[in-house]
Design a protein around this ligand. Structure first.
Ligand SMILES: Cc1cc2nc3c(=O)[nH]c(=O)nc-3n(C[C@H](O)[C@H](O)[C@H](O)COP(=O)(O)OP(=O)(O)OC[C@H]3O[C@@H](n4cnc5c(N)ncnc54)[C@H](O)[C@@H]3O)c2cc1C
Length: 340
């Protein structure tokens, strides 16, 4: 088997907004990066949880949709030619000779680097799947756990299962463009923001959304991944068959630190304790930034993660270039450096 080991300066675990900006900050200091993410797209929570929601607290953008922010971050990182390994979970992080690290990802990819930046957010992101027979044959064809593009559901009969913010927000949003929106929830009460739950009740009253409550998903009907109906059952045993073209199942996300918890890091409530001046963890050469990093006063905001990216990049510079003194410079002075 050919040796698939990649060699680079920094391996970044997580291609969320903070991992992406870390590529830029490292690049500005001529540090090269490889980035690994369990999701098959870059963008972390922004891509997986709320791509079309407007964000209002990104400096310089009075408002920007989450997906557009990710696009901009990718564009900003592009001059530094990051290498992405998507759809792969980092499983192992071993120390090797000369203070280097060897990361191993689920597809067998190995990355040898001088430092590792953990930008793993809330952990590898994956949906909680409802336990329905044969659901995997429908996944990503007519059963979805995330909405990548709202327009994909235009003119369709969409069943939305769940009682939280995602279920309610998408029901409201798709009501305008879907042929029909049917909401299934096992309780009459929704765990969504009160204003959104009130809007949902109003649209249901006006007959613009169908509510199937209190019912639970029981089965899927269709062929070759193409859904034709969803069957549901109430707690009292009443069954119904709901013709449908798509099912959006919002039962929350499973986010687990997974193997990262085994890397000998100081953890505080599933987050990695770092020195706020450098984002260094207790393991020399391992840094943590973004949602996964914690220190007194930490705010779990994208903008905090951006600043942490800059701090980590500066702290990593002497590891990558031990013989080169780092002079602090503005980007207006350096421009965008060329990476060899
Ligand atoms: C609905 C919603 C609205 C929000 N609105 C705002 C807002 O208005 N303003 C704001 O500042 N913040 C907001 N946030 C929070 C913001 O999204 C997070 O602070 C931000 O995404 C953190 O970025 P990150 O890169 O640290 O982590 P994440 O975005 O969580 O990305 C981490 C990535 O690491 C990957 N990963 C983890 N472990 C592994 C592993 N072992 N191997 C491979 N990959 C791994 C994950 O799959 C994930 O893609 C919001 C969050 C939500 C859910």
């Amino acid at each position: 088997m050919p040796d698939s080991t990649h060699h680079t300066d920094v391996a970044i675990v997580g291609a969320g907004p903070v991992g992406l900006f870390a590529v830029f900050e490292c690049g500005m200091l001529r540090i090269k990066c490889h980035v690994v993410d369990a999701l098959d797209v870059a963008g972390g929570q922004c891509a997986a949880l709320y791509p079309e929601k407007p964000i209002y607290d990104i400096p310089g953008y009075p408002v920007i949709e989450a997906a557009a922010l990710i696009e901009k971050l990718r564009e900003q990182a592009a001059p530094f030619h990051p290498v992405f390994h998507l759809g792969q979970t980092v499983e192992k992080c071993e120390r090797t000779e000369g203070g280097r690290f060897l990361l191993t990802a689920s597809a067998g990819t190995k990355i040898d680097s001088r430092a590792v930046v953990i930008a793993a957010g809330v952990g590898a992101i994956g949906p909680n799947r409802p336990p329905l027979a044969g659901i995997e044959t429908f996944e990503n064809k007519s059963v979805f756990y995330f909405v990548k593009r709202r327009d994909d559901f235009a003119g369709k009969r969409v069943v939305i299962a769940g009682g939280g913010d995602s279920a309610v927000d998408w029901a409201l949003s798709l009501a305008d463009i879907a042929a029909r929106v049917i909401v299934i929830h096992r309780r009459p009460k929704f765990r969504a923001a009160p204003e959104s739950a009130a809007k949902l009740a109003k649209l249901a009253q006006e007959g613009k959304i169908d509510m199937v409550v209190p019912f639970q998903l029981e089965g899927l009907e269709g062929v070759q991944g193409k859904l034709s109906a969803v069957t549901v059952k109430s707690l009292s045993g009443e069954q119904r068959r709901i013709p449908a073209d798509a099912l959006l199942a919002f039962f929350g996300l499973a986010m687990s630190l997974g193997p990262i918890a085994e890397w000998g890091l100081n953890l505080e409530q599933n987050r990695i304790a770092v020195d706020p001046a450098s984002c260094a963890t207790n393991v020399p050469g391992l840094f943590a930034i973004g949602d996964i990093a914690t220190y007194p006063g930490k705010l779990k905001l994208i903008l905090s993660g951006f600043a942490e990216s800059a701090l980590a990049a500066h702290a990593i510079h002497p590891l990558v270039y031990p013989d080169r003194e780092l002079h602090f410079e503005y980007s207006t002075t350096t421009g965008i450096p060329e990476l060899a």
